[in-house]
Design a protein. Structure first.
Length: 234
């Protein structure tokens, strides 16, 4: 089962959900499939682990990355490049908007409501059930409601991203899949895909799942680690 996502996709989720890593890897996955991809970094809250940290690697793959103006690259200010609105009006085959975490980070989407709402984007909530506040269905639904209110957009699908970073084992991925599958059924939303570290993907039994699996090649790593070389892996 392959991921076939196209159009405008907004990635949201709580802090620590891994939504930015998901956004980067989704962009890479679809670009390798021959799809034209543009990716906008709308995370204006969290100074760490932003899409922009992988911009050089993404650029070498031919992924167009839209960032805040250079003078604001390390600022925590509600500033958007007008190019973002243009990107929404004239999207690539796949245009990904990586919003900030929680309802605070999603607030920036409300400022784009006049162009986003007519475009009818897919809004995907990334869920990591191994993190605080999303270890229960009730917690996930609370965060969904808060993000929707702040963004003025409805979540249209879920993404399972169960992981404990370097301590992740296949059992975590499998348990996370069943958690998010049940959550999707409870809230009446599709489970669009589930992630797994690339080196564990073959051990998760994903052939029996109701959704595709997105292998994750980590790009957002601490300074003492090296990200996966996306160009060499292509």
């Amino acid at each position: 089962m392959q991921i076939q996502i196209e159009g405008i996709v907004v990635i949201v989720g709580n802090y620590g959900s891994g939504k930015t890593e998901v956004a980067i890897n989704l962009a890479v996955h679809r670009r390798r499939a021959g799809v034209s991809v543009r990716l906008a970094d709308l995370d204006l809250v969290n100074p760490y682990f932003r899409t922009r940290e992988a911009r050089d690697a993404l650029g070498r793959l031919g992924i167009d990355v839209v960032l805040p103006p250079a003078r604001y690259m390390h600022a925590d200010l509600p500033i958007l490049d007008p190019a973002v609105a243009g990107l929404i009006r004239q999207p690539a085959q796949l245009t990904i908007l990586d919003a900030g975490g929680d309802d605070v980070g999603a607030t920036v989407l409300a400022s784009l409501h006049h162009v986003l709402a007519p475009a009818r984007p897919q809004v995907l909530q990334v869920v990591n059930p191994m993190r605080p506040f999303t270890e229960t269905h009730a917690g996930c639904q609370r965060i969904q409601r808060e993000i929707e209110a702040a963004a003025r957009l409805k979540v249209t699908g879920l993404v399972g991203n169960a992981n404990l970073i370097d301590e992740t084992v296949p059992a975590h991925i499998i348990e996370g899949y069943h958690f998010v599958k049940a959550l999707a059924e409870e809230v009446g939303l599709p489970l669009v895909f589930v992630t797994a570290p690339a080196h564990l993907a073959a051990e998760c039994g994903a052939d029996d799942w109701i959704c595709p699996l997105l292998p994750i090649e980590r790009q957002l790593v601490p300074p003492w680690k090296r990200p996966v070389d996306l160009v060499a892996a292509s």
